[in-house]
Each structure stands twice: as structure tokens, then as C-alpha cells.
Design a protein around this ligand. Sequence first.
Ligand code: GLN
Length: 313
Amino acid sequence: GSSTAADRARALTVEAHERFKSVSEGKVADYIPALAATPGALFGVCMIGTSGATFAAGDSDYEFSIQSVSKPFVFALVCQAVGEDEAREKLGVNSTGLPFNSVIAIERTKDGTTNPMVNAGAIAAASLAPGATAEAEWRFLHEGLSRFAGRPLTLNHAVYESEAATNQRNQGAAKLLQGYDRIYFDPIQATDVYTRQCALNVTAKDLAAMAATLANGGVNPLTGERVIDAVHCQHVLAVMVTAGLYEQSGDWLYETGLPGKSGVSGGMVAVAPMKGGLGTFAPLLDDSGNSVKGRLAARFLSERLGLNLFASN
Ligand code: GLN
């Protein structure tokens, strides 16, 4: 039969899964004890176009905690709430060139700003969520992240409790931010809200819908709901480009030419503005905490679909 763009996208999604499913490089994160039990062979790939067309392969309906893939979406919600200028001024938007959990990054800028893609800036971003109480801030973020996904997301209690019992390092970072006046709520409560945000369950398909919403000017292509104003998408994508894969953001950009974001549970998103979003799940991570198979799939799909933002060929 005749081959449409949709047929090709569907076939390439299946091919990306086939090609990389046997890659066994990388390690499951274990510094959050509850993550250590994740089966390393899981692999899901999903692409959602700005039209809502959905293509999926492998374990794309498997639920896992979103972890740092929540960061760009929380930044988006905070930009919407306080405005992009105030968000930039309060959080910073330059890459740190350092691991995601770096405390040195806070010291380096002299004013305590980092960026909202690393833990320090993300905890500060969570602290900017509107609400007089931690519960109200949490409600705002939980509802906003659910709108990005297009369905009510649930909390992974085991992951939340496991991280809450072991996140002294993040609490320390939040206290250091307080010393610089760079956290905008009680630091321990802000860290707790951030820890909950990271423990929300998603699937690769949810991540694709979230990424597609950023590709689509802030309107979720599955629900038709406006989640954020279009103007905020470009700012969120800019920060993802410079810092989405931490100290490996340059390598990622070289490979894909797309804004992306990784998380330690193995989730990853890539955004092709005006075209669509990619969501992947594969828990084996490289040394910087980025999904090995997720990177390979994103690179393959970006090349085959001609998505690289810098291409002129
Ligand atoms: N919740 C995790 C942490 O704060 C998120 C880190 C990540 O996904 N890179 O350590």
C-alpha cells in the first residue's frame, strides 16, 4: 500500500525498539533504594505528534517514577505562575557542567543560582509553586504535571518514602540555597514537594504526551487542553538544550539536535518543536544518570525523521 508519514513514523518507532532492545550497557540507579529493584531489560518507546498521532513499541505502558524528567514541566508551570523573567532571575538558566546533584554548582555562580534542570535549581523551582502551604504547592504541581500527561498521575509511595528517607544531600543543597536567598519556601518542605514530584508514576507514553505538549505551544495534543501559554515553551526548551542531560548535554545535542531531559529511573523525553514529542523508558543508565537506550533511540529517530534543529541538509 501507499506509505504515509504516519506509516513511516510507526515503522521507525518499532525499529528503534528492535535495534536497541538488546543493548545491555549501563546500570540501574540504586542510590534511591526503591529504584534498585527495577528490571534492567525494560524498554519502551513512544512518539506523539502535535496532531495527537501516537506510535508506541515495547514497554511503553509500564509505570515508573518520573524523577528528573519532571523538571522541565515544573519549570514550565512556574514560568506560567510567576512569569519567565522572574523565573529566570530567581533560578538561573545557565548550564552548570556538573552532575545533577552537585552542591559545588551552587557555590560556583557566587549568587546561588543554577538552572531548573539540576536538583538545586529544581528544588528552588518547586519552592516557587504558588500556595501558602506545602500541600497547596504540591496540589498545584501534581495537577499541572497531570495536565501535561493528559491523565491524573498517581504517586509511587514506595519510591517517595525511599527517597525521602535518604535525600539528606538534596536537603543540604536546599539549605545552602537558603543561605543565598535562592529558595522561596521552607527548604526542607520544598525538598519534600520536589521529592513527591519526582515520585509521580508515568509511562513512556505519558512522557511522549508531555513532550508533545511542549512541542505544541503548550496545548496537550491528546486532550486539547492548554497547559501553559505558548511563549513559555521556547524558554523551557532553551534550558533543556543547555542542561537537560547535565554535564553530557553537549554530547546529547551533538547526537540529536533536540531539547531533551533524562531522569534516574530511566525515563527520557525529546522535543521536536511543532512536530512532536518522544518518550522513552529504559532503566540502564550511563555514568551521568542518563538512559543508554533512550539516548540511542532518540538519536536514531531524530536522524531518520530529520528532526535535528540545526540541520540544513
Ligand atoms: N529525585 C532524584 C534526585 O533528586 C532525581 C534525580 C534525577 O533523576 N537525575 O536525586
